[in-house]
Design a protein around this ligand. Structure first.
Ligand SMILES: Nc1nc2c(ncn2[C@@H]2O[C@H](COP(=O)(O)OP(=O)(O)OP(=O)(O)O)[C@@H](O)[C@H]2O)c(=O)[nH]1
Ligand SMILES: [Mg+2]
Length: 318
């Protein structure tokens, strides 16, 4: 007896054959079962389909059970730069995020309080910097996705605990772990934050950390539990300076610049680097710029490769 299979059935069968995984196969098979004409001539085929489905379902169940649950976190970039908070358990990463941003991560005096990345926006003047609080890393345990987030960030705040006699050991452990995970800290912008500067003996430990690490990375002391707003402001300035950036503004001819929204550029950037950020087309057709800024005659014409400095205002001409 002819099977008289419908075009929908053939279509589903094609998808079944081309399916990339079990899920797609099951989906296509479901449609085949729904569209197969039900009569004597398709009985054997119907039975075959049922059998296939039961095997596929069993496989899918098995996969679910045996696959390790692998979590991956991505933090979407916001603000002028992204900074990852790296460090050993209990160093005060989350407390620091609380001190510098509006974020409210959990803070507790036991290790591994933080389990997921938590972003917060640090506002310094008119610059927005995104900080990401991360779970601690130590030889006992490290979330597998932490190195990737550190690698992705523009800069690293490496939090160390100045109340801890073993601060150098913790530093070594963190460095070894992150290096083993193939994050090349030597090629990253890293600021060591000597946290808990309020603790007894912190000053002496800070000196020791500086002596040992000072050549490679700068160190800034901080107390993340401080109630003094000026100490927080001072520290924000330290972070901003450490990034080694300059802020510039652009304006249209005859208009005033928008001072609330600077372009944040690496020190040493040129007029063309700024123009490219404003619009890619400038890369081709920027002719010159007029510039207003410290030590320059107002509105003087400068070429594309002119190096900008902090606070410059640019009028771009194509
Ligand atoms: N004295 C003092 N204590 C601090 C400071 N910063 C954090 N703490 C305390 O240190 C403990 C750990 O702080 P957290 O911010 O949770 O540390 P963490 O690095 O985020 O810890 P994990 O998420 O477990 O890795 C808490 O009891 C905080 O109150 C500080 O600057 N000074
Ligand atoms: Mg934490």
């Amino acid at each position: 007896m002819p099977a008289n299979l419908t075009p929908q059935y053939h279509e589903a069968e094609k998808r079944f054959k081309q399916a990339a995984d079990n899920e797609e196969k099951i989906e296509a098979l479901e449609e085949m079962m729904a569209t197969i004409p039900r009569h004597k001539g398709t009985e054997k085929l119907q039975a075959d389909l049922k059998k296939k489905m039961s095997v596929l379902r069993k496989d899918a169940d098995q996969q679910k059970k045996s696959a390790p649950r692998r979590e991956v976190f991505v933090v979407e970039r916001e603000g002028a730069r992204q900074l990852a908070l790296l460090g050993a358990p209990n160093a005060g990463k989350s407390q620091l995020l609380r001190a510098l941003t509006n974020a409210t991560p959990e803070v507790a005096d036991y290790p591994y309080t933080t389990r997921t990345p938590i972003p917060g926006m640090m506002i310094f003047d008119n610059v927005r910097l995104q900080l990401i609080d991360l779970p601690a890393i130590s030889p006992e345990y490290m979330e597998s996705w932490v190195p990737q987030l550190v690698r992705n960030a523009d800069a690293v705040l490496w939090i160390v605990d100045l109340s801890d006699d073993d601060v150098l050991e913790r530093l070594d452990e963190t460095r070894n772990l992150i290096t083993e995970a193939k994050v090349d800290l030597a090629r990253k912008r890293v600021l060591i934050v000597g946290n808990k500067s309020d603790a007894p003996g912190a000053r002496e430990r800070a000196e020791i950390v500086r002596e040992v690490q000072g050549n490679q990375w700068p160190m800034a002391p901080m107390s993340a539990v401080t109630q003094d707003p000026s100490e927080v402001d001072r520290f924000k300035r330290v972070v901003y300076d450490f990034l080694d950036v300059v802020r510039v503004y652009t304006k249209a001819p005859g208009k005033k610049p928008d001072f609330s929204d600077p372009y944040v550029m690496a020190r040493g950037s040129t007029v063309l680097d700024v123009a490219e950020k404003v619009h890619r087309a400038f890369l081709e057709n920027l002719k010159y710029a007029r510039i207003w800024g410290e030590g320059k005659p107002d509105g003087i014409m400068v070429p594309r490769d002119f190096v900008i400095t902090e606070g410059d205002i640019l009028e771009l001409h194509q």
